[in-house]
Design a protein around this ligand. Structure first.
Ligand code: DON
Length: 581
């Protein structure tokens, strides 16, 4: 694997005094689970209370989400999971269970007669479907790191699918929003519609076929999905919708253990996803660029002068640095990042101090948008989901999983009960042509058989002084995943906000192309005017994006869980297994 790296020291960590003494460090007072769906969160809580560890709980929550959060939680998609053990001597791990392109997939299949890409083909047809990674990935993750029997972590999802659950407002809204997409799939209609209309809030959703697929998976492991009856049903569904996925693609799928990226920011070690996700590199690059700016002096000056900042000390000048750092790093993303098994990703170079300095000195006092055509700003959908777990022994899992856009390509596999992804759209199918998130890319992220499309998923664990878990976080949101995680870290670590404040605070997003920077509602208008004066092109949008699911904990303390108020998730503490002395 070409992107593997030793720990990257991106900035010095002078403030590790709390860790001058050698460990072992006490574990947290109890465990914590945070996810976007309260029923799934409760599944994780129960697993921890039964003595499962963070890996058991994370896999159980991910599988429960495949039942109760069908827009994003999935068997038919993929993702990334980061594991950080309490013992600092145990190396952190990342499992990449990203989907792959089927062997017969070719870029030409997505083009019209004049050679232009037809967006619908990579979003709403069988051609959009990448080989699912979740069933293999969740099994492998559990097998290596879990403690309970596999059947015990699948069981709660089977129960939820078979007995059903009451559709909440979020799911009802998602189903209504994607009515047209789902109506096209007879399988989806059967499961998610009643008398011709999408299920409404308060209706009961039972998924017997999904329960049977999960039972088979519990019994047979990944073979129960990638081979035999389920595989045949999946291939039939995809082919009937114009796809080329074959049984051999399924049988050959492998999840990959990759060394997570590790960088430093203000005495904190950031452990995060490596390529084929861009999330970790962009996060670490932006943090490293910003670390060279006088953020603290600027904050103190702003607070002292009572300059407009909404009381948090975030000045217009600091925001200018944030935006320019994001812009530069997203430009690097478009040029250099792709599947490290297919292209050489210069990870060490991109994160080297020389590179970071070069990027930083390119930031002046004015906005510097790269000259590129503006593309329409895509709207946010609810298509990815993140979960964070900390167990009572101090082990952490940060796991992000997705079908890509809401309900994936909308196809539900008849007879097997699960939805299929449209992850192929994350490739740069035609260089320079934007995908559903407005992201462009070049040859590094070109479509090729067996290749993984570049992702923005950023499951992250923060360790204090490189020793003990201090935070676990991640988000959905396409490229906004990266900036959402980044802004929560900046707000807590630089601006002294609590985790809840930082997660709730309004966000901004800049991804190089388009050059416009988007702002959620809630920013101070004088700040925005100041940025315009620097030449920034801004757009204030009505919607809010991302859904950060985060945990913060002090050494030996009670963990705090925060589920983003932007969606209807929950955080639940797990009772300690035994009373502590
Ligand atoms: O892997 C990626 O970057 C995208 N497929 C994720 C999509 C996403 O997060 C949408 N969420 N709202």
């Amino acid at each position: 694997m070409r992107s593997c790296l030793p720990a990257l020291v991106l900035s010095s960590c002078a403030s590790v005094s709390a860790f001058d003494e050698p460990g072992p460090w006490p574990p947290p007072e109890r465990g914590m689970v945070v996810s976007e769906q309260p029923l799934a969160t409760s599944v994780g809580q129960r697993i921890l209370e039964r003595g499962g560890n963070a890996a058991d709980a994370a896999v159980a929550v991910a599988l429960a989400l495949s039942v109760v959060h069908p827009a994003a939680g999935n068997l038919g998609g993929g993702g990334f999971a980061v594991w950080v053990a309490h013992d600092p001597g145990e190396a952190p791990l990342c499992l990449d269970f990203r989907e792959t392109a089927p062997a017969a997939l070719r870029p030409e299949l997505f083009l019209d007669g004049s050679g232009k890409p037809v967006a619908a083909r990579s979003l709403e047809t069988g051609l959009a479907v990448g080989v699912p990674g979740s069933p293999r990935g969740l099994f492998d993750f559990h097998e290596r790191l879990g403690r309970l029997p596999f059947s015990a972590v699948v069981e709660p999802a089977i129960e939820l699918a078979r007995r059903g659950f009451v559709v909440d407002r979020q799911l009802a809204e998602e189903l209504a929003e994607e009515r047209v997409l789902l109506e096209r799939s007879p399988g989806a209609q059967e499961v998610f519609f009643r008398a011709g209309s999408p299920l409404a809030e308060g209706d009961r959703l039972r998924q017997e076929e999904l329960a049977q697929t999960l039972e088979r998976y519990a019994r047979e492991g990944p073979d129960g999905f990638y081979r035999g009856e389920v595989a045949a049903l999946l291939v039939d569904e995809v082919r009937a919708a114009g796809g080329v996925l074959a049984l051999e693609d399924l049988a050959g799928y492998e999840a990959k253990w990759r060394e997570p990226l590790r960088g430093w920011f203000r005495g904190l070690e950031i452990v995060t996803a490596p390529p084929p996700s861009s999330g970790g590199i962009v996060l670490l690059q932006v943090l490293a660029i910003l670390d060279g700016f006088p953020l603290d002096e600027e904050r103190v000056r702003t607070l002292r002068q009572g300059e407009s900042s909404g009381g948090d000390g975030i000045s217009e000048r600091a925001l200018h640095w944030w935006i320019e750092a994001m812009r530069l790093s997203f430009a690097e993303r478009a040029e250099h990042l792709g599947d490290p098994d297919f292209v050489s990703v210069p990870v060490a170079l991109l994160l080297s101090p020389e590179r970071i300095s070069k990027l930083r000195v390119g930031i002046g006092e004015l906005a510097n948008p790269a000259v590129r055509p503006l593309v329409a700003s895509p709207s946010e959908s609810r298509d990815t989901t993140h979960l964070s777990v900390l167990d009572p022994e101090g082990n952490a899992v940060s796991l992000t999983t997705t079908l890509n856009t809401s309900f994936g390509c909308g196809l539900l596999v008849r007879g097997a009960g699960f939805l299929l992804n449209n992850e192929i759209d994350d490739f740069a199918i035609v260089p320079g042509s934007p995908n559903a998130y407005g992201l462009v890319g070049g040859s590094a992220n070109a479509l090729a058989p067996g290749k993984r499309p570049l992702s923005s998923m950023t499951p992250t664990v923060v360790r204090e002084g490189g020793q003990v878990v201090r935070a676990v976080l991640g988000s959905p949101g396409g490229p906004r995943i990266i900036t959402s995680v980044l802004e929560v870290l900046l707000r807590t670590e630089v601006y002294g906000q609590s985790l809840a404040e930082a997660v709730a605070a309004p966000r901004l997003h800049q991804q190089w192309n388009p050059p416009v920077t988007e702002f959620e509602p809630g920013w101070d208008s004088l700040l925005l005017q100041g940025l315009r004066n620097r030449g920034h092109v801004l757009e204030t949008v009505d919607e809010r994006w991302g859904s950060v699911q985060a945990i913060a904990v002090e050494v030996g303390g009670a963990p705090l869980g925060v589920s983003d108020p932007r969606s209807g998730g929950s955080a639940r503490a797990a009772r300690p297994l035994e009373p502590r002395r």
